[in-house]
Design a protein around this ligand. Structure first.
Ligand code: ADP
Ligand code: ZN
Length: 215
């Protein structure tokens, strides 16, 4: 499949993407995961991105497009891809359209994950992420906790609360989502690519998306 997952921070894009990967071998491409690994490894890209990320601000479009162009050209993307956290702005969406044109591939659809704001806030403050860059498993203290000592069930590394999951950074991320990313819903509706999914339980959302792909 070739899809974009759209939705506010905390809408469950990462969880849904990981489940969809298992379905048909399409690869999850999360710009957030790529950026966090780069920050951790202190690469040139990471150094450029870190301050924006800690504040919960968007990283400049030019940097993101450089990352995505390189990523989408890697051979594993031929089986399909699930874009998670990209595009985040109209400018990125327009650049993506050109890039996909150059690569000669088209999207199946854009899945917009809809979740009420109270649920989003609760999910974000109880979220924990595995600190191992090659794992990055996502947990939730309430309904999907890591081990009691805080370690990851998959790889035994510590799980942590991300720097951008403080209350101030979360509010900033939601504000930026409303200003910069929510307009993509209208954009993709006009392109005839939008499908809406109520996203309360990840497994249900995944079944609905699989149905839409097979249809
Ligand atoms: P979220 O849980 O907010 O969806 P992500 O893991 O997708 O978080 O992204 C974390 C941070 O990485 C964002 O707050 C932003 O600073 C940066 N980032 C990720 N993807 C993009 C993008 N497509 N454009 C600009 N910045 C991005
Ligand atoms: Zn882990």
């Amino acid at each position: 499949m070739r899809i974009i997952l759209l939705g506010a921070p905390g809408a469950g894009k990462g969880t849904v993407a990981k489940l969809l990967e298992e379905f048909d071998g399409s690869v999850q491409i999360s710009t957030g995961d790529i950026l966090r690994s780069a920050v951790k490894e202190e690469t040139t890209l990471g150094k450029k991105a870190k301050d924006y990320m800690d504040r919960g601000d968007l990283v400049p479009d030019s940097l993101i497009m450089e990352i995505m162009e390189a990523r989408l050209k890697e051979p594993d993307c031929q089986k399909g891809f699930i874009l998670d956290g990209f595009p985040r702005t109209i400018a990125q969406a327009e650049e993506l359209k050109k890039l996909l044109g150059r690569l000669g591939v088209s999207l199946d659809f854009v899945a917009n994950l809809e979740v009420p704001r109270e649920i989003i806030l609760e999910r974000l403050t109880t979220r924990r992420t595995c600190c191992n860059p090659s794992c990055q498993a996502i947990y939730n203290l309430k309904n999907n906790p890591p081990r009691q000592d805080g370690t990851c069930l998959l790889c035994d590394h510590e799980t942590i609360q991300r720097d951008d999951e403080t209350v101030e950074a979360i509010n900033n991320r939601l504000e930026i989502y409303n200003q910069k990313t929510a307009p993509l819903i209208g954009y993709y509706e006009k392109e005839g690519l939008l499908k809406n999914f109520l996203s309360l339980v990840a497994d249900d959302t995944v079944s609905e998306i699989k149905k839409a792909i097979s249809a």
